[in-house]
Design a binder for this molecule. Structure first.
Ligand SMILES: [Zn+2]
Length: 201
């Protein structure tokens, strides 16, 4: 199985991956550079990151993302207002895209991560954790469609720069949520959860 082979990023020679003891470091058999380290309590690290991500996500949903201030006129938009506004104006496809990419997919990813890392931490309900991990593995690339939406939003706001539009608390919270999820899913990687699953369950 290729799963237990790790390719050295320095000299590209394959090494067999093995479980490490606390504070042990795995080095490449050919060039001697560090391959990977023993990570203690990575399930706790993932869980606390996801927890803070979920808190930022809730703030992002309930606080205004942008504030518009044109002389004599002030308004602020929450994500759900914006979705409803687009829907009522007839932009049904766009409103559904925003609903799925900004709310639904990231929400499912965050909740699945939250529940699986918590259950891995307390070592409970193996079969349910497996279902959650399969869901995360399938969903992981759908969680970041919102990056496109944010890019579009930022460029729209730059375009209408005559109006006084500022990014509000909700937007900042959303960016923090997105950064945390990106770090967990893309940098730490879903495979870490699978490894904990095999080790702990
Ligand atoms: Zn090497």
């Amino acid at each position: 199985m290729t799963k237990n082979i790790i390719v050295c990023p320095h000299c590209e020679s394959p090494n067999i991956k093995r479980a490490l003891n606390p504070n042990e470091v795995a080095v490449c058999a050919k060039c001697g550079k560090v391959l990977y380290k023993y990570e203690s309590n990575i399930e706790l690290k993932i869980f606390s990151l996801v927890l803070s991500g979920v808190i930022f996500f809730i703030i992002a949903m309930f606080f205004p993302i942008i504030k518009i201030n044109i002389i004599g006129y002030e308004d602020s938009f929450r994500i759900f207002n914006a979705i409803l506004f687009l829907f009522n104006k007839g932009y049904i496809i766009i409103s559904l895209f925003v609903l799925f990419s900004v709310f639904l997919f990231p929400f499912i990813c965050a909740v699945a991560y939250f529940m699986s890392s918590f259950l891995l931490l307390v070592k409970f309900n193996k079969s349910f954790v497996k279902k959650l991990l399969i869901l995360i593995t399938i969903m992981k690339d759908w969680c970041f469609l919102d990056i496109f939406f944010i890019a579009i939003l930022v460029s729209l706001i730059k375009m209408f720069s005559y109006a006084d539009i500022i990014f509000d608390i909700g937007f900042i919270a959303y960016i923090l949520f997105l950064s945390i999820m990106f770090y967990i899913v893309k940098i730490i990687g879903v495979h870490s959860l699978w490894e904990i699953y095999e080790k702990n369950m």
